[in-house]
Ligand binder design. Structure first.
Ligand code: PRP
Ligand code: 7HP
Length: 192
């Protein structure tokens, strides 16, 4: 396997520490559960798994939605598509959207409108990463793990064209030229 051309931006240890801090802060704010955590797939699956296990006393429900707007590109298509809806009602519930990254804000803005219309008792957002320089739609984020610069990152659930989600660190993908097969050049042809 050809090593991906990446540079570590946030190490697994830094992420672990920050996720625990976020869990403490969320637990302090939601004294009475249950809290419905809505993970936005696919990118947030690892953050969600670590966040829920970092709670020590909060009663939580884990729910999943899937949204897609990036396709195989590095920038959002602007067309947010709901590919999997919740299978429970959130009316009257405390809801926390769990995102891996907020970039343009288009995905989150769409979700806040969609879920807000379902009349939850409260609706807030926790994101591991925020790229404020890229914002197109202003969105309110209650819990942010890290603000990062405008660089394309992968790992810890985040992908480029579905690759790299399994990296333990969050890395900047430095070489994203695509090969003849359409795969990121960071992977050798024999891997495809
Ligand atoms: C990514 C990420 C966020 C969204 C943020 O999802 O998981 O949901 O982009 O971008 P935005 O603020 O510009 O809307 P993506 O559409 O890549 O799908 P994925 O989670 O399945 O990778
Ligand atoms: C979406 C996304 N996915 C992976 N890495 C990034 O830097 C991203 N920004 N928005």
């Amino acid at each position: 396997m050809t090593a991906p051309a990446t540079r570590v931006l946030l190490s697994a240890a830094q992420i672990e520490q920050r996720v625990k801090e976020m869990a403490r802060q969320i637990e302090a704010d939601y004294a009475e559960g249950p809290l419905y955590l809505v993970s936005v797939l696919k990118g947030s699956f690892i953050f969600m798994a670590d966040l829920v296990r970092a709670f020590e006393r909060l009663r939580v429900r884990t729910e999943f939605m899937a949204i897609s707007s990036y396709g195989t590109e590095k920038t959002s298509s602007g067309q947010v598509k709901l590919t999997r809806d919740l299978d429970v009602s959130i009316e009257g519930q405390q809801v926390l959207i769990v995102e891996d990254i907020v970039d343009s804000g288009l995905t989150l803005s769409y979700l806040l409108n969609l879920l807000g219309a379902r009349r939850p008792r409260s609706l807030a957002v926790a994101t591991l990463l925020d790229k404020p320089e890229r914002r197109v739609k202003p969105v309110e984020i209650r819990y942010t793990g890290f603000q990062i610069p405008d660089e394309f990152v992968v790992g810890y659930g985040l992908d480029f064209a579905e690759d790299y989600r399994n990296l333990r660190d969050i890395c900047v993908l430095e070489e994203i030229a695509t090969s003849a097969s359409g795969a990121p050049a960071a992977w050798s042809e024999s891997e495809r």
